[in-house]
Ligand binder design. Structure first.
Ligand code: F6R
Length: 259
């Protein structure tokens, strides 16, 4: 089972996950990070910024989870731009070592395979940061995604386009298609951190953690992974049946186990 950590605030979650990333980079300077976009991981990137001084991050590598199809990389809402603005520049990472799937129409037919090859050549992802959509998606693996899926083009469901319209001028500007790491790709990362904040995520979190393992709720794929840490605030934890047990288990966890 995933370890569930219920924290007081998104900022506290950020500090927790950032500490783990710092530990990883200290032990492995060319660590491979799996980077999520959207609002959820921002407290992690913010906390990392505060922690990173003095650490050599010049060899850190990274792979974004997903990208919109047909959006120019220079568009402010392309995930390439978002990762550059939120992660690469503030943390001083080498942009050449940070990858996003290529959403250009011209090469889209083999962009998924190209991305899988790049991840494999990097030796796989050490630590994957994940958010979860209200549809239960992780990456942009919408309901019905295969647990064996690899990086490929998907069609966003209407709910996700509505959710993401806040980043664009209108919902009509939100691309219809995306290219995303598959559930099978995500499950190969060595350590998954799934984060969620706010009541709007409570049903998706409960489904992913305690519900049946089903492609109808793609986040439930995490139940198949041997090393998952779910970090949620009280609101996102509010529909978890065993929340008290998770609190008790974490409070009494042997220190040597780490996260
Ligand atoms: C982003 C991603 C998505 C988001 C999810 C939640 O790279 O893959 O799965 O994590 O849509 O989005 P936010 O964090 O904006 O609520």
């Amino acid at each position: 089972m995933a370890e569930i950590v219920i924290v007081a605030s998104p900022a506290a979650a950020g500090v927790l996950v950032a500490s783990e990333i710092v530990r990883l980079i200290e032990s492995r300077p060319d660590a491979v990070l799996g980077l999520a976009t959207g609002s959820t991981p921002l407290p992690v990137y913010e906390a990392l910024r505060a922690r990173i001084g003095g650490l050599d991050v010049s060899h850190v590598r990274g792979f974004a989870l997903d990208e919109y199809v047909g959006i120019d990389p220079s568009h402010p809402q392309s995930y390439r731009s978002v990762i550059t603005k939120e992660v690469v520049e503030p943390l001083g990472l080498d942009p050449d070592l940070i990858h996003t799937p290529n959403g250009a129409f011209a090469t889209i037919e083999h962009a998924g395979e190209d991305y899988e090859r790049a991840i494999a050549e990097a030796g796989g992802i050490d630590l994957q940061i994940l958010g979860i959509g209200t549809s239960g998606h992780i990456g942009f693996n919408e309901p019905g995604s295969s647990f064996g899926s690899r990086t490929r083009v998907k069609t966003l469901i209407e709910q996700t386009r509505k959710d993401n319209a806040r980043f664009f001028d209108s919902i009509d500007d939100v691309p219809m298609h995306c290219i995303t790491q598959g559930l099978g790709t995500i499950l190969k990362a060595r350590h998954l951190f799934l984060l969620a904040f706010g009541e709007g995520k409570a049903a998706a979190v409960a489904g992913a953690v305690e519900g049946p393992v089903t492609s109808s709720l793609p986040g439930s794929a995490i139940q198949l992974h041997p090393h998952v840490t779910v970090v949620v605030d009280e609101a996102a934890a509010s529909q978890l049946q065993y929340a008290d047990y998770y609190r008790y288990a974490f409070a009494n966890k042997p220190a040597w186990q780490g996260l």
